[in-house]
Design a protein around this ligand. Structure first.
Ligand SMILES: [Zn+2]
Length: 314
């Protein structure tokens, strides 16, 4: 989700937000993750030289059309030369099959039941987005191996909404500080996030340690074998997490909304975030771009668009 989507949703409940205090992204309980070994950017670099052992697949669930100001910061002079217009956005999830640990999902697509968990205010905001669902997580799951775990890039509804179609016994992993981020917008957004997570066990928070190489804030070797890495990239949200997957057909970098569109990645445009989050968002995007530039074999998967020339999933 983008900052302006948050603003639209929050604006619908201005009276509530004006009188209330900041609150957390979710009140759902959080525990420290049981998996993931703290590592460095150098360790992650070294893993790229080894053959991949997991498979990787991107799935497309839904699309919506949003004004460019949803994705780039129109208050930043850097965006002055970008013409007005719309951007096509897509809701994706990613499937990783590990030979020992089984199937995991990165993000969750969307569920037909999402409406039932949204508060009235949030439902109006989401309906205004005119999201065109192509398939739900429940439809995709038909005939598929049930995932053993979900790794989230962050807790916005367009990344967690498909959880409703997964068994509530599925462990859900999230970036550190994501659940606890305080904002007034959460007065509107928080209850719906709580409702989506209802019935699931506590969120398992990645236990990042400072990355001694300085490449990122923190890097985790998720399974301890170099196949999947969680990368701390705060800014779009406090616990935004990217994932590097060393797949059998080459390394794949899932950026989440740390970088959501081609304008943000290829043209280097800043995304609209709060003043307090701006420096983090810029630094995280810069670090991801540098990492990719150093390793041109990595295929990049942006939060809501395909890259120029990249094959769009069916
Ligand atoms: Zn988002």
């Amino acid at each position: 989700m983008s900052r302006s989507m948050l603003i639209v949703l929050a604006g619908l409940s201005l009276a509530l937000a004006a009188t209330g205090c900041a609150t957390s992204t979710t009140r759902h309980p959080v525990i420290v993750s049981d998996i993931g070994t703290p590592a460095t950017g150098s360790d992650m670099n070294a893993s790229l030289a080894r053959p991949g052992i997991v498979t990787f697949q991107r799935i497309r669930f839904a699309r919506w059309t949003g004004g460019r100001g949803t994705f780039i910061d129109r208050n930043d002079p850097l965006t002055d030369d970008v013409p007005k217009g719309d951007e096509e956005a897509t809701i994706y999830a990613y499937v990783v099959d590990h030979p020992r640990f089984g199937r995991i999902l990165i993000d969750t697509g969307i569920s037909a039941d999402l409406d039932t968990r949204l508060t009235w205010v949030m439902r109006q905001g989401v309906n205004n987005l005119d999201i065109r669902v192509e398939k739900t997580m429940a439809q995709w799951l038909t005939g598929q191996v049930v995932p053993k775990a979900v790794f989230l890039t962050h807790l916005h509804f367009d990344h967690v909404g498909g959880l409703l179609d997964l068994p509530v016994t599925t462990p859900v992993y999230v970036g550190s500080g994501e659940a606890q981020e305080q904002s007034r917008a959460n007065l509107v957004l928080g209850p719906s996030t709580d409702a989506i997570l209802r019935g699931f066990g506590p969120l398992r928070e990645w236990a990042f340690q400072p990355d001694a190489s300085g490449a990122f804030e923190g890097v985790l070797d998720v399974f301890g074998d170099g196949s999947v890495w969680a990368i701390r990239v705060p800014g779009h949200s406090a616990g935004s997490t990217a994932y590097l997957v060393n797949s059998v057909d080459g390394p794949k970098l899932v950026t989440g909304d740390a970088i959501s569109t081609r304008l943000n990645w290829e043209a280097g445009m800043p995304q609209p975030v709060t003043a307090a989050a701006r420096a983090n968002a810029w630094t995280s995007a810069d670090r991801l771009r540098r990492f990719a530039a150093t390793h041109p074999a990595i295929e990049i998967f942006l939060g809501h668009q395909s890259r120029t020339g990249q094959r769009e999933p069916d």
